[in-house]
Design a protein around this ligand. Structure first.
Ligand code: UDP
Length: 238
């Protein structure tokens, strides 16, 4: 048995994680390599649930700034996450994994409805569970959905996959004086406005004692290292 630090994991993938080098939508090659990384972790016999975003297709805020009703735009955003969930399911099953998509908005023809106990049962049976449609409510984000689902399924950890290798004092893509923080408290993230996840998501994790690991998912092997408790990325806790 391999040395695994966490048994039940909630992985938050943003829509951008499926986008690869494309400016919009899904990059099938990139998605396939991401699925390979996820398989390495699933093969460690950890229970893995994934919340997928939709920003590579549609974001509610963007629709609202273009004059659309915010709630309507947010529902479109949630539908985008369902498309991503199906794409991810397809990619994971091509790698031989067993998966289930559970949607917070009922669409029985394409996904199971989200039922907490059913999600846990799937995890216990070794299926990778993909949560689609965020929380099912407008004015939320999939980061908040990730924190919510992590709490509901009693996840040991929330892994926030990003394009940077951790939490920095400023945006490292814009500020070259930005310093990486190995560890930071929930409170500091909220008070200092550090962009890890939105504050609702961070608060939920704080209230439920769920540590968040922020790491670069594009680096091969990183996801596996995080799951094994190796020092990758930054941890938000305490
Ligand atoms: N969304 C929502 N409620 C939720 C989750 C998502 O209304 O519980 C909508 C919101 O419009 C958001 C879009 O779905 O902009 C896509 O999700 P998000 O922006 O979180 O995706 P990511 O940034 O992770 O790709």
């Amino acid at each position: 048995m391999e040395d695994i630090k966490y048994n039940r994991i909630l992985l938050k993938l943003s829509g951008e994680a499926l986008q690869g080098n494309h400016s919009y939508g899904i990059d099938p090659e990139f998605l396939s390599s991401l699925a390979e990384e996820i398989k390495k972790v699933a093969d460690l016999n950890v229970q893995l649930a994934i919340v997928i975003g939709g920003g590579n297709i549609f974001r509610g805020v963007k629709g609202a700034t273009q004059g659309m009703d915010r709630a309507t735009a947010d529902y479109m955003g949630m539908l985008a996450t369902v498309m991503n969930a199906l794409a991810l399911q397809d990619a994971l099953e091509k790698k031989g994994l067993k998966t289930r998509v559970l949607s917070a908005i009922e669409m029985r023809e394409i996904a199971e409805p989200y039922i907490r106990r059913r999600a846990i049962r799937h995890l216990e049976k070794g299926r990778v569970v993909i949560f689609a449609a965020g929380t099912g409510n407008p004015f939320f984000t999939t980061d908040t959905a990730a924190a919510l689902r992590a709490a509901e399924i009693n996840a040991d950890i929330l892994l926030k996959a990003t394009k940077v290798d951790g939490v920095y004092t400023a945006d490292p893509m814009k500020d070259k004086n930005a310093v990486k923080l190995d560890k930071i408290s929930y409170k500091d993230v909220i008070v200092k406005g550090i962009k890890v996840m939105d504050s609702a998501a961070v608060s939920l994790c704080m209230e439920n004692g769920i540590p968040i690991v922020v790491f670069d998912v594009r680096k091969p092997g990183n996801l596996e290292k995080v799951v094994k408790g190796e020092n990758v990325g930054s941890v938000v806790e305490g």
